[in-house]
Design a protein around this ligand. Structure first.
Ligand SMILES: NC(=O)c1ccc[n+]([C@@H]2O[C@H](COP(=O)([O-])OP(=O)(O)OC[C@H]3O[C@@H](n4cnc5c(N)ncnc54)[C@H](OP(=O)(O)O)[C@@H]3O)[C@@H](O)[C@H]2O)c1
Length: 322
């Protein structure tokens, strides 16, 4: 395993484990998954993964419970990251919700407590007052944000008066927005970009096509899995396969290695099996050559999916099974 080279209370592995899937029916993994989830966490620990990401909203608290129970006595030696869903993130609410998350996780300190998304009405000054109080009593070690623009990330730091260590954002080969400003800022300021959906929810695995779409409501709502986009993605998957063959690896591993090349990026792929978590952890060790990196970036740039409003009628039709 490789780690971020930053001064943090505990080392942060370049590959973490995302746990939205835990206790969340909308991924369609069925009742057996809860037991597998515990195996996934234990295997991740064996492989040197130290960053475990959850949120109070995942499975309405089930993800936090499953993760905390599976980590057991190892909770204290890893970075447990959770998120507050900012419905009314005023200081007293932030404090109550952190207490509830810590109880579900079974920890005395939440290593990284993140604001799940920017609230359009409540200013970060108010939210960060709650975060600062939580840090002062030791219930929270580091503060993070998620889905924040660079402007709001910096504003949140000013409001906290301390570093906001990380911004967790959608970042994969097909969602490269963070490269514009978040990555340069993280590098210059010694912060971390936590890449969520780093495999574009499995789109980059190359496992799916129009005749074989993935399970669950989450991905039925994701335009990348429209038959048209799966077809348009064939060249990108081909490029990933070519590099993967040269490294005796899989397309997913190469998609992760591509992101991890940036020193201040960590990725938190979710996993549906122990085998996937093994592969994902191993991706941290893959070094891409410059020409491989460039060829993959060019293939990613050439991928033009149907997204936004244009995708909506197609998603509705796909949902209706037509
Ligand atoms: N902050 C936010 O707003 C936000 C939003 C979304 C996610 N997140 C966090 O980020 C985490 C990851 O994002 P995500 O779950 O949306 O997407 P992801 O990590 O890109 O995709 C996860 C899915 O990809 C497939 N997969 C994983 N490893 C694989 C491998 N080695 N080979 C082939 N397929 C593999 C699995 O699905 P199948 O096996 O079923 O194909 C798995 O469930 C979440 O668990 C959550 O913690 C945060």
């Amino acid at each position: 395993m490789r780690f971020v080279q930053l001064d943090t209370p505990k080392p942060i592995s370049k590959i973490g484990l995302g746990t939205w899937q835990f206790g969340s029916k909308e991924w369609g993994y069925g009742p057996d998954y809860e037991r597998r989830a515990a195996d996934i966490v234990r295997r991740a620990l064996d492989l040197g993964v130290t960053l475990f990401d959850t949120a109070e909203v995942y499975g309405f608290g089930r993800s936090e419970r499953i993760l905390g129970a599976a980590l057991g006595d190892d909770r204290g030696r890893v970075v447990v990251a959770s998120k507050i869903f900012p419905l009314l993130p005023v200081a007293p609410v932030v404090q109550q919700r952190a207490v509830a998350s810590a109880a579900r996780l079974g920890v005395r300190t939440i290593d990284l407590y993140q604001v799940h998304q920017a609230n359009p009405v409540v200013a970060d000054t108010t939210t960060m007052r709650g975060m600062r109080a939580l840090q002062d009593v030791g219930l929270v070690a580091e503060v993070g944000v998620s889905n924040y623009s660079l402007r709001r990330w910096r504003f949140a730091e000013a409001a906290l008066g301390r570093r906001v260590l990380s911004n967790q954002v959608r970042y994969s080969m097909v969602d490269r927005g963070p490269e514009k400003d978040l990555l340069p800022y993280a590098e210059q300021a010694g912060r971390i970009v936590i890449a969520y959906s780093p495999l574009a929810q499995g789109f980059l695995s190359g496992r799916y096509d129009a005749r074989n779409p993935p399970s669950g409501a989450v991905r039925r709502a994701n335009p990348y899995f429209l038959p048209e986009n799966l077809e348009r993605g064939a060249a990108l998957i081909g490029a990933l396969r070519e590099v993967a063959d040269a490294h005796d690896a899989t397309p997913s591993q190469i998609a992760l290695a591509h992101l991890l090349r940036h020193p201040n990026v960590v990725a938190i792929p979710g996993a549906s099996s122990v085998e996937q978590v093994e592969r994902n952890a191993a991706a941290a060790e893959i070094d891409l050559a410059d020409d491989e990196y460039a060829a993959l970036a060019a293939a990613a740039r050439a991928f033009r999916p149907v997204t936004g409003l244009a995708a909506v009628p197609k998603l509705i039709r796909a949902r209706a099974g037509r």
